[in-house]
Design a protein around this ligand. Structure first.
Ligand SMILES: CCCC/C=C/CC(=O)SCCNC(=O)CCNC(=O)[C@H](O)C(C)(C)COP(=O)(O)OP(=O)(O)OC[C@H]1O[C@@H](n2cnc3c(N)ncnc32)[C@H](O)[C@@H]1OP(=O)(O)O
Length: 286
């Protein structure tokens, strides 16, 4: 029953493109803001975000990420490692320009694709890991927590600092955080708008390991993916989805409601003023 509903919901959100021949894993259908490299020996795919300067989640980058996740799953890769081709920033989170004085129809499209991206990562059928080779604030952190394992390089920050600029996260984003961290830590960190240093993130369990270099981080993620070798892939996928069912159901139950609530909140003077100050702060930093 539960398995059927999981499979059913997956069909709803993921029109799988598996009929295509994808061995080459070309990015022909997308804007080229992601690259996929499959290791011939291990069969593990590395998915890199490649949108200078800081991998902000624009509509196009989110579209490409979803497309790439589908391709990697369809091609029966053994696992997926999410990383960045920028050596300072994993992802700066949502593109703030899309949220400032937004065009209403575009904002709806933007939020919907953000929901889609979270679902695609959260329900990805193969093992996933994030090699966090740079800063990962806000939605950068949420993407990492949607993966099953996190390896981070030293001297960067990760966390959801939304309250610092009057942002209110959706419940499914909070649940993503809470799937990795104890509830009391999530509550405090979200309220403080805390960005954890790599060391702090390791101490609280937001990340699983620290790596000395990107190469090491990728190897550590690959070693994690290798730990599932003895599991039957279908049983593993269904078990993963069962473990994640309640978090995902929270969003699937009322996607339209979440969209309405977020769009309404983004349009409030409280949010727009906080965002304006935050954007100014980013400019003044220079
Ligand atoms: C219902 C409410 C929604 C709640 C959900 C929130 C989820 C989110 O993801 S909101 C996004 C929050 N993200 C941030 O606040 C990150 C802001 N960026 C940074 O802190 C830093 O850029 C960095 C630590 C990631 C990197 O620092 P670095 O010194 O390497 O680069 P910068 O010089 O700061 O940035 C370069 C360039 O990029 C612009 N930029 C940075 N982040 C964003 C962003 N998220 N959206 C749009 N643009 C961004 C920055 O202004 C610079 O632009 P210019 O070169 O034109 O000045």
């Amino acid at each position: 029953m539960l398995r059927n509903s999981l499979i059913g919901s997956l069909r709803q959100i993921k029109p799988i493109l598996c009929s295509q021949s994808l061995r080459s894993l070309s990015n022909g259908a997308n804007s080229g803001l992601t690259t996929i490299e499959v290791d011939d020996k291990s069969g593990i795919a590395t998915l890199s975000m490649n949108l200078p300067p800081v991998n902000t989640l624009t509509l196009n980058l989110m579209h490409d990420l979803i497309d790439s996740i589908n391709q990697i799953e369809c091609n029966k890769s053994r696992g997926l490692i999410l990383t960045s081709s920028n050596d300072k920033v994993f992802s700066a989170g949502l593109d703030l320009k899309e949220l400032y004085k937004p065009d209403q129809e575009r904002l709806k499209e933007f939020w919907t694709i953000f929901q889609d991206l979270w679902l695609a990562l959260h329900l990805c059928g193969i093992p996933t890991a994030a090699a966090i080779n740079g800063h990962a604030p806000a939605a950068g952190c949420i993407m990492a927590t949607a993966c099953e394992y996190r390896v981070m390089l030293p001297d960067f920050v990760i966390g959801v600092h939304a309250t610092r600029f009057s942002f209110l996260v959706s419940k499914w984003m909070m649940l993503s955080y809470q799937s990795v961290l104890p509830r009391r830590i999530v509550e405090r960190a979200l309220n403080q708008g805390k960005l954890f240093s790599t060391q702090e993130a390791l101490e609280v369990g937001l990340i699983d390991e620290v790596a000395g270099s990107k190469k090491e981080a990728l190897a550590q993620c690959a070693a994690f993916i290798g730990t599932f070798d003895k599991a039957n892939p279908i049983a593993r996928t269904l078990t993963k989805r069962m473990c994640r069912d309640s978090d995902v159901t929270e969003l699937l139950r009322d996607r339209a409601g979440d969209l309405r609530a977020c769009v309404d909140y983004i349009n409030t003077p409280l949010f727009q003023e906080g965002l304006s100050a935050h954007l100014e702060g980013l400019k003044e930093k220079k």
